[in-house]
Ligand binder design. Sequence first.
Ligand SMILES: Cc1cc2nc3c(=O)[nH]c(=O)nc-3n(C[C@H](O)[C@H](O)[C@H](O)COP(=O)(O)OP(=O)(O)OC[C@H]3O[C@@H](n4cnc5c(N)ncnc54)[C@H](O)[C@@H]3O)c2cc1C
Length: 502
Amino acid sequence: MNVEAARRTFASVPQATEHFDVLIVGAGISGIGSAYHLTTKMPGTSFVILETQETFGGTWLTHKYPGIRSDSDLHTFGYSFKPWVGPPIATAAEIRAYMGEVIAENDLAKHIRYKHRILKANWSSEENLWTIEAEKTDSGEKVVISANFLWMCQGYYRHSEGYTPEWEGMKDFKGRIVHPQVWPDDLVLEGKQVVVIGSGATAATLIPNIADQCADVTMLQRSPTYFRLGRNAIELAEQLRQLQVKEEWIHEIVRRKILFEQDTFTKRCISEPEQVKTELLGQISAVLGPDYDIATHFTPSYRPWRQRIAFVPDADLFHGIKSGKASVVTDEIDRFTETGILLKSGQSLEADIIVTATGFNLCILGDIAFAIDGKPLDFADTVTYRGMMFTGVPNMAWVFGYFRASWTLRTDLVADFVCRLLTHMKTKGVKKVVPALRPEDHNMPLLSWIDPENFNPNYLMRDMHLLPKRGDKPEWQHSQDYWAEKDQFPAIDLDDKAFVYS
Ligand SMILES: Cc1cc2nc3c(=O)[nH]c(=O)nc-3n(C[C@H](O)[C@H](O)[C@H](O)COP(=O)(O)OP(=O)(O)OC[C@H]3O[C@@H](n4cnc5c(N)ncnc54)[C@H](O)[C@@H]3O)c2cc1C
């Protein structure tokens, strides 16, 4: 929508038929976790969760490709408040079951409205509230709700479609092209030659899980990715269980152990990247043997941790390669042909099915058209307050988790902050809080949302221009550092001049 069109659509904001203190967008792991924190820390707060899909789960509902599983451990991807009692790497079904228990145990179902896609949100300075326009996805009926505070738990990518680059000749290909995000129910793999384009966590999960069914499966990658290999078990958790230690304790102890080890690992990636690289490649070489060409297929050109490192439980991908059921080709696509893919090297890959495990379309705020007093809001014009609020945008919190640690660790931290902020506003008797640059911030250089030197996955690089700006002080940065934020967030001074109340 262009700016003029958006202005016209916001010219008259319809009257809300219902009002809530808080409106949570999305019933993924962030939305459900945030609702838990709100009900336990601020009982009596009225709230609603609006969710486009037909049930809860978000990522773990959308993705249905064979083998779909977490790539971080569930002790830290699970919530701080609910012990995870299974093996650390979990399937989507197991994660949804866990979320279902959280909903049932905390009586959250009555707050969730499924099949409600939010289309617009307008802040009124006169009334000090957001008016949300949503559409019921089954009937098309419009719903208008107002809320004092918007809690954005919409995730970071568009659920309706994945990212597929345009390659020449795609229309000529006579087989089927499938994106893993919209895996078709009727896809028959038996006896088929399959090429999976991509080298990230999705490709690494999918390939060992379909290798037995296909005639052959090839992972086609432009460049290699780092992987970590390990057993899908945590010895300490197993020992503590044998000793009949309470699950609450095991969860907390194992979380601390994992977080301590991750912190050490992240620091080592910066202080001794070559050593870490040698160790990661050594794990692969131990499975594939000395004759496998690790240099070409599994040695990335960047230092470890510039992109997320996928965990491969029980080395299943590499056992698949070792057994000959799966293979890896590192090359660039020249074009699709009728029968497969022609590579820049001149080699051809024959295929019946091509799976494009090529990633996501970044979707910063749920494809919602935002406005403040009818004026369209462009988030790229704002500066982030610690990656959870935006300058000039009143009464809104945004949940964007960690890349290098489990996403949900940040959901918990942001939720603690939001509940503290809402309580503070109540105590002060104010209706509005808006982050604003302080006098000392006005000459601060404004930079891209995240430092590409630090972290640079393609889906972020493609759409960085849509994201809020970053300053050069911690308050105005979206840090990817759980270990710093776990101490900084609880200590945020809510009377700092960065928060303007009225
Ligand atoms: C395949 C896959 C595996 C992953 N594995 C891991 C992992 O192991 N560890 C990790 O830390 N991270 C992982 N991630 C990142 C992952 O997205 C997050 O960890 C987490 O699940 C995100 O949860 P969320 O609730 O914030 O967002 P989502 O899961 O994206 O859920 C957001 C919800 O908001 C809804 N929504 C969005 N816009 C609107 C709107 N306008 N109106 C109404 N509803 C709306 C969506 O329908 C969706 O249900 C993975 C991502 C993918 C895609």
